[in-house]
Design a protein around this ligand. Structure first.
Ligand code: HEC
Ligand code: HEC
Length: 288
């Protein structure tokens, strides 16, 4: 069943990740599982949803989320190993290219809102881990309609990505930026211009509006400006991301992927918060 609701959050969908950081060999399925069920959260878009928008985790990453906006009728694809309706016939290299460069095996481009520009930052090891995780999932048969766009997609998202290494974890700000990139935080937390492009000069200033069954949620200002996180302690920021509640205990709404983010390790959360603290303070870009 397809649902025409935008940006359904994955709040309840993710299951707790039992695998701890020390068990994650680079490029391994365990590393992939940790990333997918925490900061990377592909399931926030690729999980199937029920008629009320409730997540159907038992159907895995078999797609079904739909966007119906002027110029964009997009459907998150089935990325389980089903050979007919999923990615079962793709090689690992083809799958990796699709994720990091947005190019399918037939040469066509994957359209928005798949955040390919951010996935170009995925390290070779983490990309390998995500591919290994996808391969290890059960195949689910679910035919997802083709997306259509009222504008031409660009010829590509940039030159071929050949080799990427993650920055050293010891550099908390840089590693945190890496995590924020592969978690596409700024895809939602940066305002967009009239053409829908992220406004680079207001990185992290929030203000995007997301409509859905929850009404309208507005992405918050993640910079340390008075209208953002200035008066928050690092621990309060981490707690908000994990629990999906603000300092007064008021729950946030989708599409922020709290159900996934609760599984972010302490070390990774420390790096993410350090990165947010490094952003140039900016006034909130939204209206409320
Ligand atoms: C913000 C929503 C969103 C997120 C997050 C997202 N995707 Fe997608 N993805 C989409 C949409 C929408 C499409 C279909 C676009 C189209 O039809 O051109 C898609 C298409 C794909 C495809 C192409 C499949 C096919 O058969 O054409 C692959 C592979 C894929 N996504 C993998 C991933 C992986 C892996 C992640 C996490 C690293 C991810 N996606 C995160 C929305 C998302
Ligand atoms: C799909 C869009 C989306 C993505 C991706 C996303 N967020 Fe959010 N985030 C939101 C929205 C919308 C809200 C506000 C929800 C509300 O007000 O009900 C929010 C709220 C927050 C808050 C609360 C701040 C405050 O002032 O109360 C923090 C902190 C935050 N996000 C950090 C992050 C980080 C870090 C990431 C990446 C790991 C991230 N977000 C990814 C949409 C997103």
């Amino acid at each position: 069943m397809k649902i025409k609701k935008k940006w359904l959050g994955a709040g309840l969908a993710a299951t707790l990740v039992a695998v701890q950081a020390f068990a994650q060999a680079p490029g391994s399925v365990e590393r992939g599982r940790y990333l997918m069920q925490s900061v990377v959260a592909c399931g926030n878009c690729h999980y199937q949803r029920g008629p009320q928008g409730e997540p159907l985790p038992e159907k895995g990453l078999s797609g079904g989320m739909a966007w119906d906006e002027p110029g964009i009728q997009a459907h998150a694809a089935n990325i389980t190993p089903d050979p007919e309706t999923g990615i079962g016939k793709w090689t690992d290299a083809q799958l990796a290219k699709a994720i990091r460069e947005g190019v399918r095996p037939d040469g066509s481009l994957i359209g928005p809102p798949m955040p390919v520009a951010f996935y170009r930052h995925l390290s070779d090891d983490d990309l390998k881990a995500i591919v290994a995780y996808l391969r290890a999932q059960p195949a689910v048969k679910n035919a997802v309609p083709k997306s259509s766009y009222g504008f031409p997609l660009p010829p590509n998202y940039g030159p071929a990505v050949t080799a990427v290494k993650a920055p050293p974890r010891a550099n908390k700000v840089k590693y945190g930026e890496y995590l924020a990139n592969i978690g596409h935080c700024m895809e939602c937390h940066t305002p967009r211009d009239g053409k829908g492009m992220l406004v680079k000069g207001q990185w992290g200033a929030g203000g995007q509006v997301f409509k859905g069954p929850w009404g309208a949620s507005v992405s918050r200002n993640l910079t340390s400006h008075a209208t953002g996180l200035k008066s928050w302690s690092d621990a309060e920021v981490a707690k908000a991301i994990r629990t999906g509640m603000d300092r007064e205990g008021k729950p946030y709404r989708p599409p922020m992927g709290f159900g996934f983010y609760q599984n972010i390790s302490d070390e990774d959360m420390g790096a993410l918060v350090a990165y947010l603290r490094s952003l140039k303070p900016q006034a909130f870009a939204g209206t409320k």
